[in-house]
Design a protein around this ligand. Structure first.
Ligand code: ADP
Ligand code: AMP
Length: 207
């Protein structure tokens, strides 16, 4: 089974799209952001190490994230990576333990992602993602899936979002060129409703 990387700026819709694509194509969805938030919530050593970086909108150190991913993909194929790799060093590290077959870049501009992150809400219990404007829950403030409370992520505060976008530009954007040079990159217009984006990504991955 092919391994897929989903690239794109914070707020591009990687998590939203990945959940639906993974279910449809039976892929193993691995979001490094979700794993790190779980570790923080459980108060593990890894969580304690990662928390400060995450709250400031910085990247968690490459070795930490690489070890975390390596352990979770061991022996697997058909992995859908969401939010990883985020640096060239992570891409090089990944190549040593998992072949990447296709990279889907969710293309969307800065103004739109900043707007989306300002109105993002996540379920405190199950992590499901909503948006006050574009993906509203059926009951305000409550998760459709599990009834949990919807909250704003601490790193979705406007000043942290601005910093995360700068970090994306500096550290992660070069991955687009990196994977394009390897002939692996497919770009999808992600400035459209999720259903349209999901349909395109599925079409790309089936072809
Ligand atoms: P990422 O994982 O790339 O940071 P998310 O999947 O969390 O992005 O999406 C960011 C926010 O934008 C969420 O509030 C989500 O509900 C919303 N969203 C995701 N995809 C779209 C889309 N195609 N159009 C409008 N809003 C979207
Ligand atoms: P995300 O949920 O993808 O928006 O990630 C939230 C935060 O987790 C990021 O701002 C980073 O602090 C951290 N993080 C997630 N994935 C990575 C990664 N691949 N490398 C470094 N830090 C990461």
């Amino acid at each position: 089974m092919r391994n897929v990387v989903l690239l794109g700026p914070p707020g591009a819709g990687k998590g939203t799209i990945a959940v639906r694509v993974a279910e449809e194509l039976n892929l193993f969805h691995l979001s490094t952001g979700d794993v790190l938030r779980e570790e923080v919530a459980r108060g593990t050593e890894l969580g304690k190490e990662a928390r400060g970086f995450m709250d400031r909108g910085e990247l968690v150190p490459d070795e930490v994230v690489l070890a975390m991913v390596r352990e979770r993909v061991r022996g697997r194929g058909g992995v859908l990576l969401d939010g990883f790799p985020r640096t060239l060093a992570q891409a090089d590290g990944l190549a040593k333990f998992l072949p990447v077959h296709v990279v889907v870049y969710l293309a969307v501009g800065k103004d739109e992602v900043v707007r989306r992150l300002g109105s993002r809400r996540v379920c405190a219990s199950c992590g499901a993602v909503y948006n006050l404007v574009t993906q509203r829950p059926r009951t305000p403030g409550r998760c459709d899936r599990c009834g949990g409370e919807l909250r704003q992520r601490p790193d979705d505060a406007p000043e942290v979002v601005a910093h995360r976008y700068e970090v994306y530009e500096r550290e992660s954007r070069p991955l687009i060129e990196h994977y394009a040079r390897q002939g692996l990159l497919v770009s999808v217009d992600a400035a459209r409703p999720p259903e349209a984006v999901v349909a395109d990504v599925i079409r790309v991955l089936r072809s």
